[in-house]
Design a protein around this ligand. Structure first.
Ligand code: C2E
Ligand code: MG
Ligand code: MG
Length: 259
């Protein structure tokens, strides 16, 4: 096990140096107004012999070894460069969402790096949203609130990823400067057939509305799931039903030609 991790860590370092990572983008839609509201950057590892490797297989190791800081900075730069080029061409990808590790947020120079990258890439703060998972926020909520407030003050959107899986305290939720709750796909999977999941999804939507937050569902694969969500007031959707994570070239074609 130890040897395996050492080998993986070395190949992750080499991959970063050789830029073997690829940023995919998954569209997010408002299915009632039928508009693209944004794209989420999702990293893949284009491995020379293993092919495309899913982030679920290397993000945990990157977090453990601290390599995530460098990796996420590279992704930030790459995704901002790509989206700024789309905007410059007159295309409208909506808001770019970046997944952010708590480790990244904890770097004392994070805001400086963020602002410098935006400036270098000609990327505007209103085009950006950061996603942080509920479990990461709740590891150190007081500290997270302070850091997220600084980011929010720059006009950058914040959303809580995997919402419902991380034991949020409602008192903290009220104090967090977030704009959006993302309903975790584990709850979406079995709606409308599973009564418990349906009740949970309904409750999260009601909670978001009463805290005047936006709400989006992830992992939406079927029309039935979409219809349930819309009927309960969640009109923003991300999932295989409306679009898989795709290469920048594929997204560009979508922006030019529509769906
Ligand atoms: P996440 O941010 O919650 O992303 C949603 C995951 O669900 C993505 O998996 C996406 O491909 C997948 N997905 C989207 N629609 C559907 C669907 O309809 N059905 C199903 N079954 N799955 C769907 P992916 O790309 O494998 O990413 C997994 C996780 O890895 C992400 O979860 C995120 O936590 C992390 N991750 C991905 N990219 C980055 C990154 O650039 N930085 C950091 N720190 N973490 C990342
Ligand atoms: Mg996410
Ligand atoms: Mg998620």
């Amino acid at each position: 096990m130890g040897a395996f991790f050492a080998v993986m860590e070395t190949s992750l370092r080499v991959a970063l140096k050789d830029e073997e990572f690829i940023v995919f983008y998954q569209p997010k839609y408002n299915v009632v107004s039928n508009t693209l509201i944004g794209v989420e950057a999702l990293v893949r590892w284009g491995h020379s012999s293993m092919g495309i490797v899913s982030p679920a297989r290397f993000i945990p190791l990157a977090e453990e070894t601290g390599l995530i800081v460098k990796l996420d900075r590279w992704i930030m730069q790459e995704a901002m460069r790509t989206c700024a080029a789309w905007y410059a061409e007159g295309l409208n990808p909506g808001v770019l969402s970046l997944n952010l590790s708590l480790k990244q947020l904890e770097q004392s120079d994070f805001i400086d790096v963020l602002m410098k990258t935006m400036q270098e890439q000609g990327f505007k703060s209103q085009w950006l949203e950061l996603e942080i998972t509920e479990s990461q926020v709740m590891k150190n909520p007081d500290k997270s609130i302070r850091m997220l407030q600084d980011i929010h003050a720059l006009g950058i959107g914040l959303s809580i990823d995997d919402f419902g899986t991380g034991y949020s305290s409602l008192a903290y939720l009220k104090r967090l400067p977030v704009d959006t709750l993302k309903i975790d796909q584990s709850f979406v999977r079995d709606i409308p057939h599973d009564e418990d999941d349906s009740a949970i999804v309904h409750a999260i939507i009601a909670l978001a509305h009463s805290l005047t937050l936006e709400v989006i569902a992830e992992g939406v694969e079927t029309l039935e799931q979409r219809d349930f969500l819309v009927a309960h007031g969640c009109t923003c959707i991300q999932g295989y039903l409306t679009g898989r994570p795709q290469s920048a070239t594929q997204i560009e074609a979508l922006l030019k030609n529509g769906r």
